[in-house]
Design a protein around this ligand. Structure first.
Ligand code: ADP
Length: 626
């Protein structure tokens, strides 16, 4: 009886069969990985189950072709599948993560989905008209044959098979104008695909190859013979010499292992001999995984002991601030049965983790020095993680990380490091200036920024919500303190200027007191300032919490709300100053309306919200319609 594929599998199959995906050849990689997994399974079972007797030297994967029948077969002596497993595993993929992800992100293209997740067995339908799977589980004498043309379901019937394991036979599609499927019957093609994707597979991948050899006793007569040849080197890529690995091999290994459809931004391959020896192959991805900023994301490196995988995500090997790094570590200096609990105590793991951390840090520093454009790309994606690293643990790691952060510089109009900033500081400049806001253009139009810029000073624009917290934890860099240009403490004026402003403030004392009370004391002070050039007003903050921090903290989902201690500052040279005096003398009621409008405007400039927009809008309309 013909069974139908589950609905979801059907959709995926259609997608696969009609896929324009150019890398059709990956089907072989997928089938070989499955075969290798199946051998792993029976191998691991045999370690604890003495009734399983394996001929360990003969665990292998075989490839064979029949050009007349246009078939390509992949066989393994792995665990095999019984009838139910054939049904469950090859009849449905509904639960697979890749499919549910696709549904949530329907704008994702098919191509990305295939490339990103690899859809295993089903990819074989990209190249086949029909597929048969003959499988016999270890320990059973029954074999079953699964057959499908991919379109309208599949059949399973009892069959027979010598020995346990699985044979998958693909009936290749006819060649057409777009694609020559018969290439997959050619030895050279199979050889190159296996070299490219499956070279490190742990078991021999064997194919019968034709050889012409000189007939013994002659010097010009040849005979054709066939013999088995192992096509893969079985050396894990991380154990090979760097010089023997091409960029393409690294990229393929990465995408295969970590299911990423984009090639990595950086590859860090090292072999360390010493107190604790290990090989590591690390990758910095070129984009954040879709779950990176969720709590589902698990950091960690794959941990191998002498080529055998013992842990998939060993989190002890990576500090949180480098959690974006993917990769593997292989060491001989660990016992095979190490558990998560003992791992944390293991001295060797600590030594390796430290060394890996240094490697990543050095690589990033080098990228920063030698390939700044690339580093900016990196920082855009993962910079926040580094900033969290500075901020977390009360700044314990700040010294390690402070030279890896970038901020936007008003002078350079580009990203710079703190070191760059300090190096270009004027002799008379005491502090490192910064201003924060939602984005570069908003920060650069802050009134307080104008004067500092006009004096030629560079200002770091902090546009990430963690930035100001990072600055607070850093406190200083190379002995220079950080100064928010919107802070009340910024003091750039000359003594003369200051004196003049002080005097004027005294003259206006009553006016400002009156305005302050009209604002129900929402500001702690109103005063003239010399920090404004052309702009009429601005808000500054006193103490540790800036207006920007108030915004960020209050946006967090907790009950603790904070308030910045604000000061409304007014440009003494602006016409508004005269107007205020005139109103105080003649129309106090109007002055109190002005105060409200000015304060609301200053809040808006800072990106803060106002409590009473309707009232303010009505006031503005009232005044402009006079
Ligand atoms: P994945 O390998 O990602 O789980 P596949 O669609 O490639 O997805 O395979 C589905 C399942 O079918 C596998 O998880 C495995 O249990 C089973 N399977 C596939 N190929 C083989 C094989 N050669 N031997 C034994 N089981 C297999």
């Amino acid at each position: 009886m013909k069974k139908k594929f589950k609905a979801e599998s059907k959709k995926l199959l259609d997608m696969m069969i009609n896929s324009i995906y150019t890398n059709k050849e990956i089907f072989l990689r997928e089938l070989i990985s499955n075969a290798s997994d199946a051998i792993d399974k029976i191998y691991y079972r045999s370690l604890t189950d003495s009734s399983i007797k394996l001929d360990k030297k003969n665990l292998n994967i075989r490839i064979s072709v029949d050009k007349d029948l246009r078939t390509l077969s992949i066989s393994d002596n792995g665990c095999g599948m019984n009838e139910k497993e054939l049904n469950d595993y090859l009849g449905v993929i509904a639960q697979s993560d890749s499919y549910s992800f696709k549904q949530e992100n329907s704008e994702q293209t098919d191509v990305n989905l295939i490339g990103q997740f690899g859809v295993g067995f089903y990819s074989a339908f990209m190249v086949s008209n029909s597929i048969s799977v003959l499988s016999r589980p270890y320990g059973s004498d029954k074999a079953y044959l699964w057959k499908s043309n991919g379109c309208d379901g599949y059949t399973i019937e009892e069959s027979s098979k010598d020995g346990y394991g699985t044979i998958i036979t693909l009936y290749l599609k006819e060649d057409d104008d777009d694609f020559k499927y018969s290439e997959f019957l050619e030895e050279y093609k199979i050889r190159s695909i296996i070299k490219k994707y499956s070279d490190y597979i742990n078991y021999p991948i064997i194919m019968k190859v034709n050889n012409r050899v000189l007939k013994e006793g002659t010097d010009d007569e040849y005979i054709d013979s066939t013999q088995d040849e192992t096509l893969n080197s079985m050396i894990p890529i991380w154990k090979k010499k760097k010089s023997e690995i091409t960029e393409e091999e690294y990229n393929n290994f990465y995408s295969d292992k970590f299911f990423d459809y984009e090639k990595p931004l950086k590859v860090i391959h090292s072999s360390v001999e010493g107190q604790c020896s290990y090989n590591s192959l690390l990758f910095i991805p070129s984009h954040a995984p879709y779950d990176f900023y969720t709590k589902e994301y698990e950091k960690g490196l794959q941990l191998y002991s002498n080529g055998v995988l013992i842990m998939d995500k060993c989190s002890e090997l990576l500090p949180d601030y480098f959690s974006f790094v993917r990769g593997i570590v292989d060491t001989q200096d660990l016992s095979l049965n190490i558990s998560r609990e003992t791992l944390q105590q293991d001295r060797n793991i600590k030594v390796i983790a430290k060394s890996i951390e240094n490697k990543i840090k050095n690589e990033l520093s080098n990228m920063l020095k030698n390939d700044f454009e690339e580093y900016k790309k990196f920082f855009k994606i993962f910079g926040v993680q580094i900033k969290f690293g500075i901020y977390n643990n009360y700044g314990m790691d700040k010294d390690k990380l402070q030279d890896l952060v970038l901020f936007y510089s008003s002078n350079k109009e580009d990203y710079i490091t703190l070191n760059d900033y300090v190096l270009s500081m004027d002799k008379d400049q005491k502090d490192i200036y910064y201003a924060s806001g939602e984005n570069v253009s908003k920060v650069s139009s802050l009134p307080q920024v104008e004067l500092v810029k006009s004096k030629g000073y560079d200002i770091l624009y902090l546009t990430d919500y963690v930035d100001e917290f990072v600055i607070q934890v850093l406190m200083e860099y190379e002995g220079k303190h950080f100064m928010n240009v919107c802070s009340n403490e910024l003091d750039l004026g000359s003594d003369d200027e200051k004196k003049k402003v002080e005097e004027k403030n005294v003259l206006y004392k009553d006016i400002f007191e009156y305005m302050k009370s009209s604002l129900d004391d929402q500001v702690s002070d109103i005063k003239f300032t010399s920090r404004l050039k052309s702009h009429p007003i601005c808000l500054t903050s006193k103490g540790g919490i800036s207006a920007e921090m108030e915004k960020v903290i209050n946006a967090m989902p907790n009950d603790e709300k904070v308030k910045a201690d604000l000061v409304l500052e007014i440009n003494e040279n602006h016409d508004i100053a005269l107007k205020l005096k005139e109103l105080y003398d003649n129309d106090k009621e109007l002055l109190s309306k002005y105060a409200k409008i000015l304060y609301s405007q200053a809040r808006l400039i800072e990106g803060l919200s106002i409590d009473n927009p309707t009232e303010i809008s009505n006031l503005v309309c009232e005044i402009i319609s006079k």
